[in-house]
Design a protein around this ligand. Sequence first.
Ligand code: PHE
Length: 455
Amino acid sequence: MAMSDRGTWGSRFGFVLAASGSAVGLGNIWGFPTKVGQNGGGAFVLVYLACVIFICLPILIAELAIGRRTSSDPVGAYSKLRPGTRWWMAGGLGVAAGFGVLSFYSVIAGWALAYIWFTAIGTVSSDALESAAFFTEFTGRAPINLLLTFVMLASTAGVLLGGIRSGIERVSKLLMPVLALLLIILAIRAVTLPGAAEGLAYYLKPDFSKALNFGTLNAALGQAFFSLSLGLGTMLVYGSYLTKREGIARAAIMVVAVDTSLALLAGFMIFPSGFSIPGFDPSATGPGLIFIVLPQLFATLPGGQFFGATFFILLTVAALTSAISLLEVPVAHLIDSHGWKRTRAVLIVMIATFALAIPSALANGASDFFTHLPVIGLDFLTVMITVWNDFALPMGGLFTAVFVGYVWRIDNALEELLAEQAWFPGRQLWGMLIRYACPAAIFLIIFGTLRGMIT
Ligand code: PHE
């Protein structure tokens, strides 16, 4: 299929906003602070930054290069570069992960949507137990959760029907600046709360005794992959809509900078807020940090209904631009590799994802079976998050690094990266990271976690 039929980004700015829209999501605002809290604060932040710079940035560049070279979906891309081999399966893992991640992502995005309303009308209590009970009661109701999940998926599909430029790019250009602005307002509000200093100290002062074990390393790496939308072909697909005019390295650095600053900024908003609540324990909060602790704070703050609703609008918008990019992976696959029309691909993928989302939507009390899965005892949603975030995405990254480093090879990738004399200062270092550091680090971390799980 000719490039013009598939669509391209209108400008580098458009690409950077769309790719940042993909990257900045629940992972930054919900996942990052939660993981920092569960893994001991400041030291985790440093481990995270190291993963971003030395592992994720090189892989992001690699994914974009594969995408642009082949102008294809992940399956098509690997098979174009190595026809007749099994490498297409690495792309297939990505397409499956697009479904898998979106199926649980849309459930959580649905909660964010509902909390806009809950905080705006002030239904959440300032009491910790009551706020927790409210969340449990709400997430345990089947019809409303299914409806919210469906609304999020349908809005995502609505944007994708518009295609690349007038769908994804236009919506990202509109929503990303709004999102950054809301986050800045909320962070300023948070650091001026009483108790903010304690929260900042927790967030910024590293305590290494807590961070240097496989569990933490894996959490940091998984989080970094997830946050940068890596390892499932999203960036490969977004790269496939780039024209040769745009320098990949520069665009990649911009996306990493936006994503990482917004994750860090989310920490500046969450920890001071949390610590301003008496008796707050960051390590004991887990996912409830956003849906239980913060609403509790908004319930006491002057203007809390306003700030609360603003926060959840922010979360919903961030989730929407990421969901768009998740849905686009299987959609691009059906269009590029199977010749489907965009409308048909979008609608079918949306319905299939909704079907897969049902067990996750019912996994918080609405269905006993999905809330306590037989044998493992965990809820379905948690299992999905672990399988996709902690394993599938790093595995996808491992495949990308090995493929580019040893199969497609660095010089061929560099030819793509340096097209039209593009700026790429650290190219040798990049090659070494892709060939040695990325595969070794990812492998060690996945292996270490598995061993920790088994023993
Ligand atoms: N990066 C998104 C977030 O931080 C999630 C995502 C992962 C989107 C993988 C696309 C691909 O929430």
